[in-house]
Design a protein around this ligand. Structure first.
Ligand code: PLP
Length: 375
């Protein structure tokens, strides 16, 4: 099998699985228990938090484990809205956010909030100025993702964070950094809330984290109960998932520079190989090294994905979270119909090879030559 869909999820390295296995079978204690195994787990929990915090370059005290990126996104928006509930009921976000943000915004609209959805240009880009101009005296929160999962476009979070106090010193800034993990520094970005997820970096599914910066006052928990995570996120800690997340973060940090260079090289190679196929065009102005968005203009993307899938090649027709439905990200680009119909996403991991890209290019060329385009 050739797996070119690392933006959807990633394989778990053996070391990560081993770290999880040990916690599942030997060190299985509840960190709230008072006997030595419980005490040991509490210590380990602190170490896992420190590893994930190191990968995000943020203080460990500000990091809360969650069950996934979706939970972090939901909670960040709710926390910002709650903190600024006396300021106003306006939120600024973009039309290309993950549905974890967009659906929370829809819920907030039902609760009386007004949401401004900023449209990207044809390249999928949104400027800091565009975001800052939309901020009003009643803006409780701004939520802009760091890296778009479908296009690989990178958004100017640092510039937004720097300009925000001039527009409204109380507005909180959230960034969904699920597709950017290990490639950013929270200190440098300056966002107040940053959500991440383990399964995009070689960790297990079902665990993520939310960074709460110093401007975030004790947020209202999304999950109330036994008071775990310093009372911020109740529920018995998913220790095996957390151990896996920490190990994955450590492994990625250890090979950060090498991986970055490898991914950038692969992306450039894939772009050159695939754009040589007739009717293949680039989509968006993405620069994240692990995502490449293209269109085989005129050939419906779902057919391409099915055809390649039958040959053991996994690519995506946009976001895996939107399968079957037209992607809102592609729709926001307002591309010509034939280009929009053929959008595909290839995404790479540290283990991806040039040979795998060659095989994918060959299969796409065949699809082009042998299948009928749309009328
Ligand atoms: N945000 C972005 C940008 C994503 O790509 C994803 C997953 O695809 C999520 C949020 C949701 O993360 P999770 O799958 O951990 O809930």
């Amino acid at each position: 099998m050739i797996y070119l869909d690392h933006a959807a999820t990633t394989p778990v390295p053996r070391e990560v699985a081993q770290a999880m296995y040990e916690v599942l079978t030997e060190q299985y204690g509840n960190p709230s228990s008072q006997y030595p195994m419980g005490v040991e787990m509490k210590k380990r929990l602190a170490a896992w938090r420190a590893s994930v915090a190191a990968a995000m370059d943020c203080p460990a005290e500000g990091l809360v484990f969650t069950s996934c990126g979706t939970e972090g996104d939901n909670w960040a928006l709710r926390a910002a809205a709650w903190q600024n509930r006396h300021l106003g009921k306006h939120i600024v976000t973009t039309a290309v956010e993950h549905s974890a943000v967009l659906e929370t915004c829809k819920q907030l609209e039902q609760e009386g909030y007004e949401v401004t959805y900023l449209a990207p240009d044809q390249g999928g880009l949104i400027t800091a100025q565009q975001v800052l101009e939309a901020v009003r005296p009643d803006t409780a929160a701004v939520s802009v993702m760091l890296v778009n999962n479908e296009l690989g476009t990178v958004y100017p979070i640092r510039d937004i964070a720097q300009g925000l106090p001039r527009r409204n010193p109380k507005t909180l800034l959230h960034t969904d950094a699920v597709q950017g993990l290990t490639a950013f520094s929270a200190r440098d970005l300056g966002a107040d809330l940053i959500s991440v997820s383990a399964h995009k970096i070689g960790g297990p599914k079902g665990v993520g984290a939310l960074y709460l910066g110093p401007r975030v006052k004790r947020p209202r928990p999304l999950l109330a109960g036994g008071g775990q995570e310093n009372g911020l996120r109740s529920g018995t800690e998913a220790t095996a998932q957390m151990a896996g997340f920490a190990k994955a973060a450590e492994l990625r940090m250890a090979s950060l520079e090498r991986d970055r260079a490898h991914l950038a090289d692969l992306r450039a190679y894939a772009q050159e190989r695939l754009l040589a196929i007739p009717d293949m065009v680039p989509v968006g102005q993405g620069t994240a090294p692990h995502v490449l968005s293209l269109s085989l203009a005129g050939w419906p993307s779902q057919n391409i994905v099915n055809d390649l899938g039958a040959q053991g090649i996994c690519i995506s027709a946009g976001s895996a979270c939107h399968q079957g439905k037209p992607s809102h990200v592609v729709a926001a680009l307002k591309l010509p119909k034939r280009v929009a119909a053929g959008v595909i996403r290839l995404s790479f991991g540290p283990g991806t090879t040039r040979e795998e890209i060659d095989a994918c290019a060959q299969a796409l060329q065949q699809h082009h030559d042998q299948r009928m385009p749309m009328l």
